[in-house]
Design a protein around this ligand. Structure first.
Ligand code: LLP
Length: 421
């Protein structure tokens, strides 16, 4: 059984020991609520699953980059996978160690490369021959050597949503397997670079281990070939991507323990080479720790449908609109009433502004609260101000206490920096 951080106590849905209704009345809605206990449990479970091989867990900051969340992971000893200068600023501000940072992404700017060199990050996951040359030049200009891992595109099908598949040859990520050896051979001779690793990330919300192990098998062959070329590889970064259960009832993803066992086996041929495993998990660390709590505004029924209109919208949680994703839902007050079939929608003027379609839910009246679960990853981090909606506050619960780790945005903050011309 997985630990459930959001459970009814009596008739009230709570996060750990705090009733969500209390948070909603004190902080307002919509609001993101996270369980610190679940965050810690998920990180430790993932880390423990890799026990037995030298490894580093570089949390994918993009999944949830709020300082209060990062600070919890920093205290647990996490490293970070960043994809922008902004994420580096956040990680350092949360007290994170620059030496444990890897920097991924196909389009790092010179300014971002320089920032990361100045901070002394652990490694750059470089994704193209042109980036190799730019990083070499920027590093020489800074009088340092940049440690690089080459991101390769292993061309395996992760069997996930096409928007979050990244390791197929039609995707923009990494360099082709066939080019990797020659490129690393060239990179090794550049004065501004030190080749330390190989890297891949094949996609997100993966629900099987076989795409991971297929990709790793290709990395293993590459590392063996590179060793033959006299290039010593210190670490193999297998990216992130392990899926979580969104409660749709269509099968469970592998547990971290199953994932860890599969990854360890696939990497076994490299054990003798003393290679360290790097991973970049995001969703599996924060996903189930977070929920979006929203209040029902109105209901209506037309010829075709029943709609439940809530005060959260696609700007707060974009995943259903963008990927058609399923999120679990429950009324915050335990229902003693029959279920209806309803579309849960937000106030934004787009048909894509929905959280669920044709969902069986106990009918909720205006003023009642709805829990939208498994929203800790790619929820607040992807929030926007569309429709000039201030971004929702975020609350971190620990036992019977909670802390507001991000205030609701104000209209003044929203308009700061704009002028009439
Ligand atoms: N490493 C790299 C290089 C990545 O691009 C990503 C995610 C990760 C690690 C972390 O993947 P995770 O363990 O979280 O699956 N917005 C989408 C997900 C986009 C993922 C992008 N890259 C969603 O809401 O499903």
């Amino acid at each position: 059984m997985t630990y459930e951080p959001f459970e009814y106590r009596g008739d009230e849905l709570c996060c750990e020991a705090v009733p969500l209704a209390r948070i909603a009345s004190e902080v307002g809605t919509p609001v993101y609520v996270y369980s610190r206990g679940e965050l810690e449990r998920a990180y430790r479970a993932f880390d423990a699953a890799l026990e037995g091989i030298p490894h580093r867990v570089c949390y994918a900051v993009k999944a949830n980059s709020s300082l209060g969340i990062l600070a919890v992971l920093v205290r647990l000893g996490a490293g970070a996978d960043i994809v922008s200068g902004g994420e580096l600023v956040r990680w350092l501000k949360a007290g994170g160690d620059a030496g444990k940072v890897v920097f991924s992404g196909v389009g790092k700017t010179e300014r971002e490369l320089r920032m990361a060199l100045d901070a002394g990050i652990g490694a750059f996951n470089v994704e193209s021959a042109e980036e190799v040359d730019v990083l070499d030049r920027v590093a020489r200009g800074a009088g340092v050597r940049a440690r690089i891992a080459l991101r390769v595109n292993p061309d395996v099908d992760p069997q996930t949503h096409p928007y979050i598949s990244t390791g197929l040859k039609q995707n923009k990520f990494g360099v082709a397997m066939g080019e990797a050896r020659a490129l690393l051979g060239r990179a090794q001779k550049l004065a501004g670079l030190e080749v330390v690793g190989v890297d891949c990330h094949i996609g997100s919300q993966l629900t099987k281990t076989s795409p991971f192990t297929d990709a790793i098998a290709r990395l293993v062959s590459l590392v063996q070939a590179l060793t033959g070329d006299g290039i010593r590889i210190e670490h193999v970064d297998v990216g992130g991507g392990l899926g979580i259960d969104y409660g749709k009832g269509d099968g469970l993803p592998p547990t971290p323990a199953e994932y860890g066992a599969a990854v360890r086996d696939a990497l076994a041929p490299l054990t003798a080479l003393g290679v360290t495993l790097y991973t970049e998990p995001g969703r599996v660390i924060v996903g189930r720790a977070g929920a979006l709590v929203t209040q029902v505004l109105y209901r209506k029924r037309n010829e075709a449908k029943h709609f439940t209109i809530v005060d959260a919208a696609m700007n707060d949680l974009t995943r259903p609109a963008l990927y058609g994703s399923f999120h679990p839902m429950k009324p915050v007050a335990r229902p003693g009433r029959p279920a209806i079939t309803t579309d849960v929608v937000g106030p934004i003027c787009e048909t894509g502004d929905f959280f669920a379609r044709d969902r069986e839910l106990p009918e909720l009246a205006p003023g009642e609260l709805l829990w939208i679960g498994a929203a800790g990853a790619y929820g607040s981090a992807m929030a926007s101000n569309y429709n000039t909606r201030p971004r929702a506050p975020e609350v971190l619960v620990a036992g019977d206490r909670y802390t507001v780790i991000r205030d609701r945005e104000t209209y003044e903050q929203l308009l700061a920096g704009e002028r009439v011309g």
